[in-house]
Design a binder for this molecule. Structure first.
Ligand SMILES: *Cc1c(COP(=O)(O)O)cnc(C)c1O
Length: 377
């Protein structure tokens, strides 16, 4: 049976080059030691691998290596950014949006139990959060603004740079969840004007379980550690560093730095081929037509039950809502926030192409969707 993977926004396979270098950092013959071991060459070599990886991952987002804190992934980075910054305050205000990832929404909800107030901006009907909205929501006691770079369900790109400009004369810090961003567009933290940024490896052909938080150095941002024990990562995140994960993350970053333009072109070509095939099928494009990641296409098919549609597309790995919410049968909160009706939100499907997707994969997907729709309608 032909199975086609079109769920690169949920996770990507690890690139062969990445798996190779990871394997070289595990066994006795390899670079396996604890990077915090200061008393022997094994430890120094592991530390060297970690530190050169830090330089590469920093380069991917235009940061300095001293601004990178290793974490277990974007969920942890988001937790560290929000909780770590707000721990410096007794109370105050946070601005985020209704269409953030659960790692942001749940963390903000937790902060509400600690006495912080949260404004959840509602996207416009195009699915965008604007600088004007942030400007209007801003209060004297706003401590943090947290908005994502690329929405995981829609692929919509937030104009972070304009939002940063709104904050230039305000003390509020700007955090950006860019888990979907790396490898989809060029990212430069200085150009964007962010203070904190979350990224992870497994959405960019690296391993799961490794990510980073960018923490601006000048001016220095105070982030209180959330995991205590040994004071690793300049006191921001303790725990023995996972050398194999870190070198894998860096190799994945290196591959993207080398080929970002061709990667974007590849994704765009396939995404547009997919859209051309689906457009005649009585479909609503939920993703923004232009301000969108090159690999995302979120659509709702009219006149069919979403659950049945998805179940019938057994040969396609696609997702309804985001993978993190696949366990629930509620319609996607992101589509609902856009004003999409419950029925159409239920029928929303996210297709996401990637490095290993072929034209044949896309053509097969179009055929499958056409066949299933004809049968269901
Ligand atoms: C995947 C994702 C996360 C979670 O990242 P993990 O590394 O899986 O913890 C957070 N935010 C966004 C936007 C994502 O797409």
């Amino acid at each position: 049976m032909n199975l086609v993977y079109l769920d690169y926004a949920a996770t990507t396979p690890v690139a062969a080059e990445v798996a190779d270098i990871m394997a070289q950092h595990l066994t006795l013959e390899g670079n396996f030691a604890n990077p915090a071991s200061r008393s022997h060459r094994f430890g120094w070599q592991a530390e060297e691998a970690v530190e050169s990886s830090r330089i590469t991952v920093a380069k991917l987002i235009g940061a300095n290596n001293r601004e990178i804190v290793w974490t277990s992934g974007a969920t942890e980075s988001n937790n560290l950014a929000i909780k770590g910054v707000l721990e410096g305050f007794e109370s105050g205000h946070i601005i985020t949006s209704e269409i953030e990832h659960k790692a942001i929404l749940d963390t903000c909800a937790y902060q509400e139990t600690k006495g912080f107030e949260v404004t959840y901006l509602k996207p416009d009907e195009q699915g965008l959060i604007t600088a004007e909205q942030v400007s209007e929501a801003l209060r004297a006691d706003t401590r943090l603004v947290s908005l994502m770079l690329i929405n995981n369900e829609l692929g919509n790109v937030t104009d972070i740079k304009s939002i940063a400009k709104v904050l230039t004369k305000h003390d509020a810090l700007l955090h950006c969840d860019a888990a979907q961003g790396t490898g989809k567009l060029a990212i430069d933290v200085a150009d964007l004007g962010v203070d904190l940024m979350s990224i992870c490896a497994h959405k960019m052909y690296g391993p799961k379980g490794i990510g980073a938080l960018y923490v601006r150095k000048s001016p220095d941002i105070k982030v209180f550690q959330q995991i205590h024990g040994g004071g690793h990562e300049r006191g921001m995140r303790s725990g023995t560093l996972a050398t194999h994960q870190i070198v894998g993350f860096a190799k994945a970053a290196e591959l993207i730095i080398e080929r970002l333009d061709s990667e974007i072109a590849h994704n765009l070509h396939l995404r547009e081929r997919l859209w051309q095939g689906l457009e005649p099928l009585n479909v609503l494009r939920n993703s923004h037509p232009t301000q969108c990641s090159p690999n995302h296409l979120n659509v709702s098919f009219t006149g069919v039950d979403g659950e049945i549609l998805l179940a019938s597309l057994a040969q396609l790995a696609v997702s309804s809502g985001s993978a993190c919410n696949s366990a629930s049968i509620a319609p996607s909160y992101v589509l609902t926030a856009l004003g999409v009706s419950d029925a159409l939100a239920h029928a929303g499907i996210r297709f996401s192409v990637g490095r290993y997707t072929t034209e044949d994969d896309v053509d097969f997907a179009i055929e499958e969707v056409s066949r299933v729709l004809a049968a269901l309608r």
